[in-house]
Design a protein around this ligand. Structure first.
Ligand code: HEC
Ligand code: HEC
Length: 103
C-alpha cells in the first residue's frame, strides 16, 4: 500500500486527537476515595466479584468494579459522620464517576 500526502494528513490528525485525549485524562485531580478502614465497605462492595489472581487474563482485563453497588454507602455515611462537602460541590449522584477508587 502506498501512503500518499492525504494519508499522512489523516495520520497526523489521529496523532493529535490521541495526544489531546492523553493530555486531558492526565488532568484528573478530583480526590480519590481513601483506602482506609472507613472506606473498606465501599471497596468490598466494588470488588466483591473481582476475579482472583489465578483467574484468566481476560477475566481480569475486563473486570469492572461494581460502582453502583459501592455508591449506595457513600452518602449515608458521609451524612452520618458529617464529612463536609465543599460548598460548590457538583451534583452528587454517582460519586465514583468523579472520585476514583484507588487500585
Ligand atoms: C460531578 C463530579 C462529582 C461527583 C458526582 C461527586 N463529587 Fe465529590 N467532589 C467533586 C469535586 C470537583 C470536588 C472538589 C475538588 C476535589 O476534592 O478534588 C469534590 C469534593 C468532595 C469531597 C471533599 C474532598 C476534600 O478533599 O476535601 C468529598 C468528601 C466528596 N467530594 C464526596 C463525594 C461523595 C460522597 C459523592 C457521592 C455522594 C461525591 N463526592 C460525588 C466532584 C464530584
Ligand atoms: C462508613 C463511612 C464511609 C463510607 C461508606 C464512605 N465514606 Fe468517604 N469518608 C468518610 C469519612 C469519615 C471521611 C473523612 C475522614 C477520612 O478521610 O477518612 C471520608 C472522606 C472522604 C473523601 C475525602 C478524602 C480526602 O482525601 O479528603 C472522599 C473523596 C470520600 N470520602 C469519598 C467517598 C466515596 C466516593 C464513597 C463511596 C464509594 C465513600 N466516601 C464512602 C466516611 C465514609
Amino acid at each position: 500500500m502506498k501512503i500518499d500526502k492525504r494519508d499522512w494528513i489523516f495520520i497526523a490528525m489521529v496523532v493529535v486527537v490521541l495526544g489531546i485525549f492523553v493530555w486531558i485524562s492526565g488532568k484528573e485531580k478530583t480526590t480519590t476515595v481513601p483506602r482506609d478502614a472507613m472506606h473498606q465497605v465501599s471497596y468490598d462492595a466494588a470488588f466483591k466479584n473481582a476475579p482472583g489472581p489465578d483467574a484468566s487474563i481476560f477475566k481480569r482485563a475486563f473486570f469492572k468494579p461494581d460502582k453502583k453497588g459501592a455508591e449506595v454507602y457513600c452518602e449515608p455515611c458521609h451524612r452520618e459522620k458529617e464529612v463536609p462537602f465543599p460548598p460548590n460541590h457538583p451534583p452528587k449522584n454517582r460519586c465514583l464517576f468523579c472520585h476514583k477508587l484507588k487500585k
